[in-house]
Design a binder for this molecule. Sequence first.
Ligand code: EPU
Length: 335
Amino acid sequence: MTILNNISLKEYNTFGVEVYAKRFVSISSFYDLQQLLKTEKELFLLSGGSNMLLTKDIEKLVTFINFKGISIDRENENSVHITVNSGENWHEFVLWCISQDYGGIENLSLIPGNVGTCPIQNIGAYGVEVKDTITKVEALEIETGKLVPFSNTDCEFGYRNSIFKNHAKGKYILTSVSFQLTKTTHQLNTSYGAIETALKEKNITNPTIKDVSDAVIAIRKSKLPDPKEIGNSGSFFKNPVITTQQFIEIQKQHPTIPSYKISETETKVPAGWLVEQCEFKGKRFGDAGVHEKQALVLVNYGNASGKEIHQLAQNIQQAVFKKFQISLEIEVNIF
Ligand code: EPU
């Protein structure tokens, strides 16, 4: 465990933004983490770097969590319980599950980031959220150095939300996540329109989890930029929930507005549609931009600073509010 000075974090965040860590340490064992916590309490935790926008150099000790390892806790004919250390890459874990014919997370293929951060924002895509398969999260309490288990209920999961974004924020270091996946009785979720279409195009009537994963990968590749090619952090904003009354008013002016009914009184509208209506889709301001195929995704074409991307996000928020009186909430963590 060596503390390094003045390290560029460009390779450590999927936006590819250049800021510097005054001090940086990579931690690959639980023991090292406990040792570190004896002397350092003010850590800036970094894992997959896939849900953050860095706008300035980091003063705190940047601690890169790099715990590896996947273990099977128990299994029977129908299901398997797996514990995955937080530094494992999410998509590689999904592919490994598919190769073992373990079902439940195939719709979450190709999401950037590491396993340890998937519960924080309760990653979700194509009709599935990771909370549906998580049985336990283990985390080290920074204050005490003790390992604390969180059950699924303890995690207080919500749409792109959990306890780790709220009152547990900054208090824990997530060390592992446990999942329950299916072995024989896979519950495929193919109702999401684009998945159905992709399967039909391939004449697949009885899909396997691999077919669903392949379809999701193809859809994501066609819509979402690969962070290895163009820096981005996935959806930059959450899809806002508005009153159904406000929705009906907007619909009168914009009959094509897509929506998802949440309840009798609440309706969710896609932020990507709102941003597109404000004519930001595909626009570029220096090296900061809005992706041409999905207006919910802000991109770094190379050398945009975090501040420039943040400014663009604020301009979008203002334009959407002016046109629709809807406040877009930023989903990515800004530092
Ligand atoms: N839309 C537009 N213009 C756009 C983008 C979308 O009009 O530029 C419209 C689409 O036509 C569609 C609706 O908005 O009618 C929804 O679009 P899409 O299916 O692409 O999904 P989304 O709501 O924009 C959410 C997640 C994504 C996830 C997809 C698929 C959030 C904030 N985003 O996007 O998650 O992949 O659904 O399930 O909930 C992420 O969180 O990083 C992420 C990529």
